[in-house]
Structures are given as C-alpha cells and as structure tokens.
Write a protein of this length. Structure first.
Length: 453
C-alpha cells in the first residue's frame, strides 16, 4: 500500500503544489484530456474538469487493465476471459499541462496499479526507466519526432495539390498551416519547420529536440494539436502509414543524439570521419543490431508494411547511411554552422502507429547494449540499398505485421528491457491485429485504418 493512502507518490503532491483550479481556469482550461498510448500505438484518453485536476493528480482516474491488449482496430488480442477484469489509475502529469483553446487542455498520464506502483504496462514509465539507465551510465539523449500526415478537406479532397514541397502548395495550404502552427504552440510544442510534403495533401512538421520523455510527450501533443484543427478548419488529418492508394507513406521519424557533459557524441570527435565518436558509433551499432525488432515497435499497423519499400525514402533493408534517405537509419551530419550540436541519427522506420514512449525507450535500451558490447557500425550504404542488398547480405525489414511480431518475440534484449509481461502483450497485440487484418482486402484495410491514428 502507498505510505500516504491519499496519494500514490509523494511527488504527486509536490507536482501539483500551487496548481489550483483557478490557475487552470485562468489558462483557459475547463476540461483536461489525459492521454496514454497503448501497445497498438493508439492514443487513448480520459477527460476531467479543472475542478477535479488536483484529485486526479493525487489519486488518478480509473482505467481498465484491458488497455494493455487493445489493438488498433479496438479488438482485444487475447481470449483468456480476463479482459474485463482489473483496473489501473491514470495520473495526469500536470507539469506538462498545455492547451487552453476552446476551453480544453491536455496532459500526458502515467498508469499506476491499484497499490500505487507504476503499472507493468505503462509505456511512459518504461521510458522513464530507460532514461534513468542512460543517466546512470553517464549519458543524456535529445530526441524529436518529425511527423508527416495527410490533410483532407471536408469535400474529401487533399488540402493542397502538388508540386511537392512547393511555394504554390504552401500558398494553397497557408491558412491551415498557420492554424496548425498556432495550435502546436498552444500545446507547448516548438515548431522548427512546417511545409507541404511530397504527395497531394501531405504535410510535415519538425519540432525542437528535448529529453526523451518530453520528446515522446511532444509527439502526442503534436498529433493532438493537429487533430484539434479539424473542427475549426474542416481539414481532417490522417496519420495512417498510408492514407491514399496513390500517395506516398506518412512517416514519423525519430531523431536522436547522444550527449555527455554537454557534448554531442554523434559529432564531436575531430579525429574521426563524420565526427562520430566511438561511443556514438557503438550506440548506433546497438540500435542497428535490433532494427527488425524496433521496426515491430515503430510499425504497429498492418498498413505500416505497405509504406516500407525501396524508392520511397523509407528504406526496406536493415542498414544505415550518411544522409541517405533510402536507408531506414540515417546519419545526419548537419550544416557546418550547427555542428556538432545539430548532428543526429534519424530512425526513419517508424510511422505514427508507433507508441513514442515504447520506441524511445527501446532505442535507448538497444543503444546502451551496443555501448556495453563495444560493437561498431558496418560501412554506411551510400546507394539505394536494394541494388547492393545481395552483395552486402542486407537483411530485409519485416515484410508484414506477423513477421514483425516474430522479430520482437525473438529479441531477448527488448524482452529484458520491456519486462516479460509488456513484451508478451505487445507481441500478442501485433499477432491479434495481424489476424484481424488478414480478413480484409487491400482497399478495405486502407479504409479501416485511414483515420485511426
Ligand atoms: N514519406 C517518407 C516516409 O514515409 C519520408 C520522406 C522523407 O524522407 O521526408 O517515411
Ligand atoms: Mg518527410
């Protein structure tokens, strides 16, 4: 039992010290949506009034155990008969409360069991544990999630036409982009760049890097801010890996850099090519070694595997490259004025079906293992990888959700980091969802998932 039966954690109380209902109302927030991301990558939410914020931050609100086995299609992945039994407490992190538009705020939540311990299936707690391991090893990381999405008007037309990345599509989508940028700021997300992407209606936003938990929270906030523009503009966002049969995929790339004592270990060794220190190299090698299992975390949707193909800037083979957009793991040297701080590695494999907490935590675990084993990256691939895949013996990324589930199940490293129960649950969710998807043909699958994320 918790020491103080009114509060799961003493820090819950300090966290809300001074935050009164009036403070929240003064920020224009009457209602608060508390989010958590499930193992299928869906962001679920429960909402409270400002008057209940203090109570929720100390005691949490009820949330069912079953969320650990929810699929992206709202099916449940097992038939044990216990799906309906058991509750957790969802506790909003009011330090990250943001919003204040149309009377609404948002805060990310942590899930605790009924005795006040972090719940085994709480993915935000998993990321906190991995971040603590990183700190114990003497490192820090900066991360940011870069989103692509498809925007559609109320008439069912793309919100902008092509040419890709053009000034004319920027003019066409200007009012929408302004609304989205304003909303991102309201939800505490700093926009670095926003523009129309390659395909009709495709948009992209990149945001400032932050520590891993803040970056994952920002990922949730980014999608939420963009979704809230829908009722106001009539433009609906689709974060599905593929939104139109004739469009390119939507990625959600994770940019990472490894730091110690204020130095970016991805770019601060003047003696080595690219500036990549031996520790930065081992960290990346550890991530690359787990890439097929990481793909299972980052690509939770049956449609994810339609996105991963050669010649689409997503990558289909396990390899890395220097500024090579056809490799799923891309080293970015950054321009001279921003070196070494701006140097980073981009995990391109994921899309918006990725749970950002699981993904960031798993990247940390894989990188730390690479450091512990002192392994090194192979040579970078500087050409479209399918042209040299046979010669170099490159492995394919998983080709579908079932293969991804197998890759995750086989990863002892992620099993250790996630804990057996969470690991098993994610594998079960992937398999359950793959079985449901097998009932649908290509068109039906696209329709079923188009607006899910
Ligand atoms: N749209 C591509 C994807 O699905 C990425 C394009 C880019 O490199 O920005 O990941
Ligand atoms: Mg892009």
């Amino acid at each position: 039992m918790p020491a103080d039966s009114t509060c799961f954690r003493p820090r819950c109380l300090s966290r809300i010290a001074g935050v009164t209902e009036q403070d929240i109302l003064d920020r224009g927030i009457e209602l608060i949506a508390i989010s958590f991301v499930d193992n299928a990558g869906l962001t679920r939410a429960k909402s409270i009034t400002a008057a209940k914020a203090q109570a929720a931050a100390t005691r949490g609100v009820g949330s069912p155990h079953a969320f650990s086995i929810f699929q992206g299609d709202d099916g449940m992945s097992t038939a044990t008969g216990f799906e309906a039994v058991g509750d957790t407490r969802l506790v909003p992190d009011l330090d990250r409360l943001a919003g204040g538009l149309e009377g609404w705020g948002w805060a990310p939540g942590d899930l605790y069991d009924q005795d006040g311990e972090p719940w085994d299936f709480c993915t935000r707690s998993f990321l906190k544990r991995q971040t603590a391991r990183l700190a114990e090893a003497g490192f820090e990381m900066k991360m940011s999630y870069e989103h692509e999405w498809y925007a559609e008007t109320s008439l069912g037309k793309p919100a902008h036409s092509t040419p890709a990345y053009s000034l004319s599509s920027t003019a066409e989508a200007a009012a929408y982009m302004r609304e989205v940028a304003m909303r991102l700021a309201a939800f505490g997300v700093t926009v670095d760049q926003i523009h129309p992407e390659y395909s009709h209606g495709q948009m992209e936003v990149s945001v400032a890097a932050a520590d891993p938990v803040a970056a994952a929270d920002n990922c949730v906030a980014t999608r939420h801010a963009i979704r809230t523009a829908w009722p106001v503009t009539g433009i609906r966002p689709s974060f599905a890996p593929v939104s139109r049969a004739d469009g390119l995929g939507n990625g959600c790339h994770l940019h990472v850099s490894l730091w110690r004592d204020g130095k970016n270990l991805m770019g601060s060794d003047p003696q080595r090519e690219l500036g990549l220190t031996s520790e930065g190299n081992s960290f990346m090698a550890g991530v690359l070694r787990e890439y097929r299992a990481l793909a299972s975390l980052g690509c939770a949707c049956p449609l994810s595997y339609r996105r991963l193909a050669p010649n689409r800037w997503t990558g289909a083979y396990v390899c890395w490259g220097v500024e090579n957009r056809e490799t799923p793991f891309r080293f970015i040297r950054a321009g001279k004025p921003t070196r070494p701080d701006g140097v980073n590695a981009e995990v391109k494999v994921l899309d918006s079906s990725a749970n950002p907490y699981l993904m960031a935590g798993a990247v940390i675990a894989a990188g730390l293992a690479g450091l512990a084993d002192g392994i090194e990256l192979p040579d970078p691939v500087q050409i479209e990888p399918s042209r040299v895949a046979d010669e170099l013996g490159l492995e394919l990324l998983p080709e579908n959700l079932l293969a991804a589930a197998d890759a995750l199940e086989a990863s002892q490293l992620l099993r250790g980091a996630l804990g057996e129960r969470l690991h098993d649950a994610i594998v079960a969710v992937r398999r359950g969802e793959a079985a449901s998807a097998a009932q649908l043909d290509d068109d039906a699958l696209l329709e079923a998932y188009r607006w899910r994320y």
